[in-house]
Write a protein that binds this ligand. Structure first.
Ligand SMILES: NC(=O)C1=CN([C@@H]2O[C@H](COP(=O)(O)OP(=O)(O)OC[C@H]3O[C@@H](n4cnc5c(N)ncnc54)[C@H](O)[C@@H]3O)[C@@H](O)[C@H]2O)[C@@H](O)CC1
Ligand SMILES: [K+]
Length: 514
């Protein structure tokens, strides 16, 4: 399922209207009908839940095409026996083009309307409102009457169905302006918009339904749309068999051998979670490399994994001597993950470079390995790796990698992830609600699975284990990252559903639900 920017949407609209010849009024008609249908559905659900319906809706109409959609919706509500009234944010003379056509049709049909500010809005009398104030043509924070009307609607306590995007949302980044309408539902026209699938915008949008309006879905690819939501269809499109059935005559050698270099004295649990998750994700074998003096304490904690103690001069931490040992182990394995609970030490960036260049299997870097990379002043001169490379930063690590702040990363997660991936030729997994997976070729995937119960130290270690396991099983970097993030989220959803509250989930529970 494709996710577009406002600019891409405009190009797709224009192509449909000008090249294909589908009139703009037809698109608007389809849009308004879908919005009305969603409003009626919401009303039905509320009635079933015991609300007394008044059969009256209020349409908040702006002066652009989004307002035009709202006016079409008013007409379709009327046809369904629901009285729709229109409040114009600006005097109706301000409408132009198709929106003005809809204004005139609505007037001739006798649909009641008034201009905002000329009378008090009797909110109590409505079953709900349709937010058709601002759509993908909005620039910056809502101004003047738009802002006032949004604030009033948010305080009114009636459910709102947003046309295309909630007004006040930055449709390209998911940032919410002040004010931003809080919708119960959003009807995304033709395609998801980036702002609807990234927080905090995703929260303002409520539940989102994507409805076709006549713009062919196939146009997205042709017009260079590169962002998609991870669904089973998209995974299948990446060449993945999501059923993951094992063939009857397979053996442990059929499923690859993952090497995990993770954990120290203080954080051995990170390595344990990572190695356990790798095994649960199906690799045939897993070797867990740890500083040698830790190994005796870990014996028996994960009997299915092979422990490899790396010389540590008795202090239980990693040292630069380990690079050679890890590279040698990696030569006999199918994928390598480094970083969870690893800690930092002198000249570790050069240690990492030795592995980056020396290990020729797919490589996943997480946690401290990412911090090493961020501090490697000569990273620009490191050679491109031939085998896949996956980086799995959380927003703070992403900020360090990109030389910016966490707040800036969060304002434009897709932008930061995709720039870094393309610049450095890696697959970048930017973790957090709606994890972003950016491929080196500029494609981006947004993951819809997972939940806030997973926000606990250790969840990332599990993810690294899942992805390295898939890499070891022969998936490409992009396949392993997309499928791994998706499965990790699904496990989180199942695990959360099995606990008493969202707060009680432990990352170890994720492993048990893989
Ligand atoms: N052919 C098309 O382009 C179609 C567009 N559709 C709808 O049209 C929307 C896009 O329409 P438009 O491009 O006309 O733009 P919008 O309707 O989103 O609004 C833009 C209008 O609001 C004003 N405005 C912009 N930012 C503002 C702010 N911060 N505060 C107050 N006023 C502001 C602008 O002056 C402009 O007149 C889509 O979201 C969708 O709902 C649909 O009807 C389908 C077809
Ligand atoms: K809107």
């Amino acid at each position: 399922m494709y996710i577009v920017t406002s600019e891409e949407m405009r190009r797709l609209d224009r192509h449909t209207i000008e090249t294909i010849g589908l009139p703009a009024l037809v698109l608007m008609e389809n849009a308004g009908r879908e919005i009305a249908r969603e409003a009626l559905e919401l009303a039905r659900e509320r009635e079933a839940a015991g609300h007394r319906l008044r059969k009256r809706w209020l349409i908040l109409a702006g002066k652009g095409n989004n307002g035009g959609d709202g006016l079409v919706a008013a007409r379709h509500l009327l046809e369904a026996g629901v009285l729709a009234e229109v409040v114009y944010a600006e005097p109706p003379e301000a409408l132009a083009g198709e929106a003005a056509v809809q204004r005139d049709i609505a007037a001739r049909l006798g649909i009641p309307s008034f201009v905002y500010g000329t009378m008090e809005i009797p909110w109590d009398g409505y079953d709900g409102a349709i937010d058709a104030l601002l759509g993908t043509g909005a620039k910056g924070a809502p101004r003047g009457p738009y802002a006032a009307l949004i604030r009033e609607a948010n305080g009114a306590g009636v459910p709102v169905v947003a046309a295309d995007v909630p007004s006040g949302l930055d449709a390209d980044t998911g940032a919410v302006h002040e004010p931003c309408l809080r919708a119960e539902r959003t009807v995304a026209l033709a395609f998801l918009k980036r702002g609807l699938v990234q927080f905090p915008g995703a929260e303002a949008a409520g539940s989102v339904a994507v409805r076709p309006i006549g713009i062919p879905a196939a146009l997205a690819e042709e017009h260079g749309v590169r962002v998609q939501l991870v669904t089973e269809a998209v995974l299948a499109g990446l060449g993945l068999d999501v059923s993951r059935k094992r063939s009857a005559d397979s053996h442990k050698g059929s499923y690859g051998h993952a090497l995990i270099a993770a954990g120290t004295q203080r954080m051995s649990g990170a390595g344990l979670l990572c190695a356990k998750a790798a095994l649960r994700t199906g690799c045939g074998l897993a070797t867990w490399a740890v500083p040698a003096s830790l190994a005796p304490h870990l014996l028996g904690r994960l009997p299915e994994a092979m422990l490899a103690g790396i010389a540590d001069a008795g202090h239980g931490d990693w040292t630069h001597v380990a690079a050679g040992a890890i590279t040698a182990l990696a030569a006999e394995r199918d994928a390598l993950a480094i970083g969870p609970g690893m800690g930092r030490y002198a000249e570790d960036d050069q240690w990492l470079r030795e592995i980056w260049e020396g290990a020729d299997c797919p490589l996943l870097l997480d946690a401290d390995a990412l911090n090493m990379l961020a501090e490697a002043s000569d990273f620009a001169s490191w050679p491109r790796r031939e085998a896949g490379t996956v980086l799995t930063p959380h927003p703070g690590e992403m900020a360090r990698l990109a030389g910016t702040t966490t707040a800036e990363v969060q304002k434009d997660r897709i932008g930061h992830a995709s720039r870094y991936a393309a610049e450095h030729g890696v697959t970048l997994v930017l973790k957090g609600a709606r994890t972003v997976i950016a491929a080196p070729d500029g494609r981006v995937y947004l993951n819809p699975t997972g939940n806030a119960a997973m926000a606990k130290g250790g969840s990332g270690d599990v993810l690294s284990g899942v992805i390295v396991s898939l890499l070891a099983q022969g998936l490409s970097d992009v396949q392993a990252a997309c499928f791994g993030v998706y499965l990790h989220g699904l496990a989180g959803d199942r695990a959360a559903a099995s606990r008493l509250t969202d707060s009680s989930l432990l990352p170890g529970d994720l492993v048990e639900h893989l």
